[in-house]
Ligand binder design. Structure first.
Ligand SMILES: Nc1ncnc2c1ncn2[C@@H]1O[C@H](COP(=O)(O)OP(=O)(O)OP(=O)(O)O)[C@@H](O)[C@H]1O
Length: 972
């Protein structure tokens, strides 16, 4: 079309562009560009005036009108971008601040401008406002040829997307692009007179337009782009219009020429380019997007993805449910692991502690059991010894009886009767042994079997104890390695320490008991010695009276001794020492060193205040000093040195000074065989026996029991000798101590209740037999009559209460043995040792053992100086009866010690009322010295106070009368 000067905007639009609108809506690309020299009216044609709008406005109006006309069925989306190419630089006119933009091609060869503003709207008015806004941003500069010369190429791109409003999986989208381009006008410098920037702008404009012309030329020549190379890349303008010029686009070129003759050349060039452009043929295709295919695919994919999502959701929910129900979270797991670890640690700790405590407890139980077995063993030995003594007594009595009968008949009758008497003797000797002897023989075998059994158990228990100790020791070593917690280690350490203390406490208790026994033995020895001393004093006193009354000349040496003796007696040295010993003993029993020191001070002050330190000799000072360090010195000299005993400077004293221990070894044992009638004999033998007892307690295994038991096999005898040893002495020691204590109590009550007790106990009688055996050790001694013999006599049995069970048969013997076993068990329960040991156990309440309570009662009251006068009267009989005290004799005279000469004094116990004073029947006593209770004047000593309380208490109606054998009387 050619338009003259009278053509209107609309005519131009309708003639050139309007047809393109429908194609754009249908999805075809379209391009409208204005070409021509500067000032020829390009901008006027494209943009127009408000009253005469250009192609932009009219196209957009028609576009929106067309959209509106088909909007009921179709859905349109209109987007617009507006840019300029100024000096080969792309600028976004809708967003000038975005800077310079670049041109790129996608994989399909489409030109894209990344970052360009695409404003989408369905409102034509908004499009116009944007267009106006963009034109304001376009670079326009006045030139000589045009007051508002455009210095850049302006490109308005309108993209219309059309799709059917009907929702369907298969959907078509039509995309039509419309380019409306207002080119900058070619210019000649002579015409524009541009200089500088404007000239530079004109150069860029001309160069780009030249490139456009070249492309049009190339595209317009025969064969087009397929025959000729089209250089679209010479300028951004040609690159941008590549598709519009030679591709998929319907393109309209509006060439502007000026009617002025001055623009002839420009008009001719423009027409040439227009002519060439007219020859350009392009292939236009509709831009359709097979959206339906993609949507279906996406729908399928989405469906599959939704299924997958649902499946995964279900899986997650299931896992969450499982976690909630079965699997705790990580915190709970950690907490559980920690709790399990702690619980395991505690469990291990408790397990190890229980094992250790069990081992400790087992040890202590074994120690306890060992002590019980030991006690049982002692009891068995005691019973065995008792039975052996019964048998020995019987054998000895039988021998003595035979010898006595033989001597009497030899003296009284002739030789003719000898044969008949011998037959009678044999009958007498062969008389059936008493029932108790037979019982003793039976029980000995049982006791020996029981001892063997006990020894086996003890050995096994000791082995088990050793194993348990080893096990506990290994556990103590392993525990620190197995337990990492320091607190738990400390707990176990404390447990071990507690056990060590328990064991140590047990040992201390055992030692304390041992020392206590020693003290009791000492006390007893002192008591006996005191009695003996008092007796000696009385004897000396009477001898002195006799000497003075008859003016018997006395050697000078003896006179010196007398003076020394009376002086010492006057000072009361020995009594004070005994008192000191009493204080020391009671203090030691209390276990308080402080008390001991205080008592020592007290005793020391008593000693020195009474006697005066200045008046004492160095020897005396040494004695007192020594007395402060140890128990009172009880000195026994040999018989020949008896007088020296009264001297304070004797070697015995020196020995006491050297010996700081309390051991009874400080006593001087008799150096010669005991004299039968000497009053010291009994005491010395007692000391000898006590020494043996001490050795036994010290662990010595001296065989002090050597009893002639003719009817036992040698093997049995050896077994008895080995096993019994000195156990009997130990038992006797315990019993004697208790009886001594009883005697001390009994002495206080002796005035009121002479010999009034209830019963003989079997044990007492046995002890009496023990006494008998101790003082009649010589089997050749025919004159001795033991208590057993008296009891065996039916006539005397009538006067004596029943003291022994009389089992009639072997069955009865066994029953009796069982009863004895029960009795031993009962004794075990009463054992002081166990009570003391039980204190060592931690859970046992500490309590004072009965023994301690008993021992805490001073048993030396009868030795106090204030009671001396009383004992002077009694001492006569005490001296004779001293050996008859069961406890003493049990301690002092084991059977094995009395193979030699025996004392003549024996004990006879009858049922004679205490008030009667009578001579024992000579025929019954067979010439022995009898002791009977004497009641009467002062010279007749009331023996009730002298009898051992243990006997007196339990032998109510027994009269004991002292009678001295003629030999003894002479000696005295
Ligand atoms: N057909 C027309 N009717 C009336 N006035 C016109 C017509 N064409 C152009 N003009 C006027 O001529 C002047 C120059 O026109 P225009 O700016 O459009 O030229 P141009 O080609 O765009 O110039 P340049 O290339 O420098 O931009 C304008 O003032 C415009 O109003």
């Amino acid at each position: 079309m050619v338009f003259d000067q009278g053509a209107t905007q609309e005519e131009v639009y309708v003639s050139t562009t309007k047809k393109l609108v429908e194609g754009v809506i249908s999805g075809y690309n379209a391009t409208v560009f204005a070409y021509g020299p500067t000032g020829a009216g390009k901008t006027y044609t494209m943009l127009g005036m408000d009253c005469e709008p250009g192609i932009y406005i009219q196209t957009l109006n028609d576009l929106f009108k067309a959209i509106e006309s088909t909007s009921d069925n179709m859905d349109y989306t209109v987007s617009m971008s507006y840019l300029e190419i100024y000096n080969e630089v792309i600028r976004d006119l809708l967003n000038p601040s975005s800077g310079f933009l670049d041109l790129r091609e996608d994989s399909r060869g489409n030109i894209q401008i990344p970052g360009i503003t695409e404003f989408s709207t369905n409102n034509a008015r908004e499009i116009m406002q944007l267009l106006t806004k963009g034109n304001k941003q376009r670079t326009q500069e006045p030139t000589a040829a045009n007051k508002a010369s455009s210095r850049s190429h302006a490109v308005l791109q309108v993209t219309v997307k059309q799709k059917s409003r009907v929702k369907n999986v298969i959907e078509e989208v039509r995309v039509g692009r419309l380019f409306m381009i207002d080119l900058a006008g070619s210019e000649r410098a002579s015409q524009t007179q541009n200089r500088g920037k404007r000239m530079k702008e004109g150069a860029h404009i001309n160069r780009s337009l030249l490139a456009l012309g070249n492309c049009i030329t190339a595209l317009s020549e025969k064969g087009g782009s397929r025959a000729h190379y089209v250089n679209f890349r010479d300028s951004k303008l040609t690159r941008l219009l590549k598709d519009s010029l030679g591709g998929n686009s319907r393109t309209v070129m509006i060439a502007h020429i000026s009617p002025a003759s001055t623009y002839f050349e420009e008009s001719r060039t423009t027409l040439i380019y227009a002519y060439r452009a007219k020859n350009i043929k392009t292939r236009v295709k509709q831009n359709l997007l097979n959206v339906s295919y993609h949507i279906a695919q996406y729908t399928s994919i989405i469906g599959e993805l939704r299924k997958e999502i649902e499946r995964l959701k279900g899986k997650v929910e299931q896992q969450e449910k499982e976690k909630k129900t079965n699997r705790p979270d990580i915190r709970n797991i950690q907490a559980e692991v920690q709790q399990d670890s702690q619980a395991y640690s505690r469990q291990e700790m408790n397990k190890l502690r229980d094992q250790l405590m069990s081992a400790f407890k087992e040890q202590m139980e074994m120690r306890h059991s060992l002590m019980e077995l030991e006690n049982t063993n002692i009891e068995l030995h005691i019973d065995t010894s008792r039975h052996l003594l019964i048998i020995a007594d019987w054998e000895r009595e039988k021998a003595q009886r035979a010898q006595k009968c033989h001597e009497d008949r030899t003296n009284e009758k002739g030789e003719e009767d000898m044969e008949a008497d011998r037959g009678m003797e044999e009958e007498d000797v062969d008389s059936p042994e008493p029932h108790e002897v037979a019982v003793a023989r039976e029980e000995i075998n049982m006791l020996l079997a029981e001892q063997r059994k006990t020894a086996t158990q003890k050995s096994e228990l000791e082995q088990r104890l050793a194993n348990t100790k080893l096990k506990a020791s290994q556990m103590e070593e392993m525990l620190p390695k197995q337990i990492s917690d320091e607190d738990q280690r400390e707990v176990l350490r404390l447990l071990c320490k507690v056990h060590e203390l328990e064991v140590g406490n047990t040992e201390l208790q055992a030692r304390a008991l041992y020392k206590e026994n020693l003290l009791c033995q000492k006390d007893f020895v002192i008591q006996r010695y005191q009695q003996h001393r008092l007796l000696c004093e009385e004897i000396i006193k009477q001898q002195r009276t006799l000497i003075d009354d008859h003016n018997i000349p006395v050697p000078e040496q003896l006179s010196k001794f007398y003076r020394l003796y009376f002086r010492e007696l006057e000072e009361g040295t020995l009594n004070r020492l005994l008192h000191l010993h009493s204080v020391m003993s009671s203090t030691l029993r209390d276990g308080s060193v402080l008390n001991a020191a205080q008592q020592l001070k007290l005793a020391d002050s008593m000693l020195w205040s009474d006697t005066g330190a200045n008046r004492r000799s160095p020897n005396q000072r040494g004695l007192y000093s020594q007395a402060k360090m140890e128990l009172p010195p009880i000195i026994f000299e040999s018989d020949s040195d008896s007088n020296k005993a009264s001297s304070k400077s004797t070697p015995a004293l020196m020995q006491i000074k050297q010996d700081s221990n309390l051991s009874p070894t400080t006593f001087h044992l008799p150096s010669s065989p005991p004299h039968q009638n000497h009053p010291d004999i009994a005491l010395k033998e007692m000391m000898h026996s006590l020494h043996s007892v001490t050795l036994v307690n010290s662990g010595s295994r001296q065989s002090n029991v050597h009893s002639p038991v003719p009817y036992l096999s040698p093997k049995a005898l050896e077994e008895i000798a080995v096993s019994t040893k000195s156990i009997a002495l130990i038992a006797a020691q315990r019993r004697s101590r208790a009886q001594i204590l009883e005697s001390s109590h009994g002495l206080e009550r002796e005035k009121g209740d002479s010999l009034t007790s209830e019963h003989f106990l079997e044990e007492d009688v046995m002890e009496s037999k023990y006494v008998q055996s101790s003082f009649t050790p010589d089997p050749k001694m025919k004159g001795a009559v033991s208590l057993e013999s008296l009891l065996a006599d039916p006539q005397k049995k009538a006067g004596v209460r029943k003291i022994l069970l009389q089992p009639k048969s072997r069955q009865e013997l066994k029953e009796r043995f069982r009863e004895k076993s029960l009795e031993r068990k009962a004794r075990k329960k009463r054992s002081h040792s166990f009570e003391a040991l039980s204190q060592a156990f931690p859970k046992t309440k500490p309590q004072n053992s009965p023994r301690r309570k008993l021992n805490s009662v001073p048993d030396h009251r009868q030795l106090l100086p204030g009671q001396n006068s009383k004992f002077f009267l009694r001492s006569k009989v005490i001296s004779n009866l001293s050996h008859s005290t069961p406890a003493a004799t049990k301690l002092k005279f084991p059977v094995s010690h009395h193979e030699g000469e025996a004392p003549l004094q024996v004990l006879e116990i009858t049922s004679t009322p205490p008030s009667t004073v009578q001579q024992s029947n000579a025929s019954q006593n067979r010439g022995q010295t009898l002791y009977k209770q004497v009641k009467g004047p002062a010279e007749s000593v009331n023996n009730s106070s002298l009898i051992h309380p243990g006997i007196r208490k339990k032998r109510p109606s027994i009269s004991i009368q002292s009678q001295t054998k003629p030999e003894n009387r002479k000696r005295k």
